[in-house]
Design a protein around this ligand. Structure first.
Ligand code: F6R
Length: 352
């Protein structure tokens, strides 16, 4: 059942701290700063290709950046596009990211990769799923069952699992720092669940016809995911953009009726650039909601702030996304939408 929550989606949003701890359990040694995924054997890939759809694709876009940062060429592909011009495989590991393990587009991309000699790894929530059976290796995200059609806790757990995978198959100097960041993740998510003002933001902008989401780097897939969640359950137009792309076209759509959610954490060069993009939308009178840890001066240009704790950037992206999950949820709830079963959508898409 829904354990007292109005919807499975809200229940599952609240299950995230527990799901994340479950994902890390027995896989992380904090003292040595190492990750143990012994059951996967020795993967040591020279390159990584990730294939996925929807929300899982956003987790793949995030993960590709982790591998790249560790010096392993990596790219995320929409599974439905992968076979249209398959990239050279070389010695790459092809990773299928799929919560259900039954998504036809993802299965067929993996089959294509295998046909061309690739080793394949499934990152999935579902033991015994088709993807787990067909791939050479499987890593389980351990999020527990997700009933709501909109993926929430499985996205966070995919990101957690992919962080572990990146740590296990790459050697990076800051592993200990990342691991300690990951250790903070469940608590940081809990803090959002306890303190979020997303409901007020939802109330303020419930009548908007269109929502924009922007972010850079690891916050780019968060912007994509924030927009996807919004459109799926509110049935309203929402778009996620890499912050730097706004001025290359989409800015033409920005008016005082377009709330812009900007994900900005830290105060590095990336943050400074995103703040620059925020100034551009603010100059067009768009209402700005900054999802931020307060490290940059983005709040000066924002109408509202959704706070995220000061954490490692990898963690901040997940935590910021939880704020956006709550905004989408509360907006849909106020509009009386069918949150757990949005129109036209199915939990598991088994046709191409
Ligand atoms: C979004 C959503 C879909 C799925 C996509 C892939 O909330 O639920 O976009 O993420 O259909 O599903 P899986 O992960 O099962 O392959």
């Amino acid at each position: 059942g829904k354990s007292g929550y109005d919807h499975f989606m809200l229940k599952e949003i609240h299950e995230q701290p527990r799901a994340l701890r479950q994902c890390f359990r027995g896989r992380v040694d904090e003292l040595s700063g190492t990750v143990d995924l012994a059951d996967l054997g020795d993967l040591s890939p020279r390159g990584v290709q990730l294939v996925a759809c929807g929300t899982s694709y956003h987790a793949a876009v995030y993960a590709a950046q982790l591998f790249q940062q560790a010096g392993i060429p990596a790219q995320a592909f929409l599974a439905s596009e992968y076979a249209t011009s398959p990239p050279p495989i070389g010695d790459a590991l092809v990773i299928g990211v799929t919560q259900s393990g039954e998504t036809a587009d993802t299965l067929s991309a993996l089959r294509e990769a295998r046909k061309r000699g690739a080793r394949t790894l499934a990152v999935t929530n579902t033991v015994g799923s088709t993807v787990a059976r067909e791939c050479d290796h499987a890593m389980y995200i351990r999020a527990g069952p997700e009933i709501g059609v909109a993926a929430t806790k499985t996205f966070s757990s995919q990101i957690a699992a992919l962080n572990l995978l990146a740590l296990a198959i790459t050697s990076v100097g800051d592993a200990r720092e990342v691991i300690s960041g990951l250790r903070d993740l469940p608590g940081a998510v809990q803090e959002i669940l306890d303190t979020s003002t997303a409901q007020e933001i939802a109330e303020t902008y419930r009548d908007a016809e269109s929502y924009f989401f922007i972010g850079r780097g690891l916050h780019y897939p968060v912007a994509l995911e924030g927009a996807l969640k919004m459109k799926e359950i509110t049935y309203k137009h929402a778009e996620g953009f890499a912050a730097g792309e706004l001025k290359h076209g989409p800015l033409a759509l920005v008016t005082s009726d377009t709330p812009v959610f900007a994900v900005v954490t830290g105060d590095d060069e990336m943050a400074t650039k995103t703040v620059g993009n925020v100034k551009e939308v603010e100059a067009r009178d768009a209402p700005v909601v900054a999802v931020t840890d307060g490290a940059s001066d983005v709040e000066r240009y924002a109408d509202h702030v959704l706070e995220v704790p000061d954490t490692h950037r990898r963690v901040a992206a997940v935590v910021a996304n939880v704020q956006l999950q709550l905004v989408a949820y509360h907006t849909a709830d106020m509009l009386g939408r069918s949150i757990d079963k949005p129109r036209n959508l199915a939990k598991s898409v088994t046709v191409e």
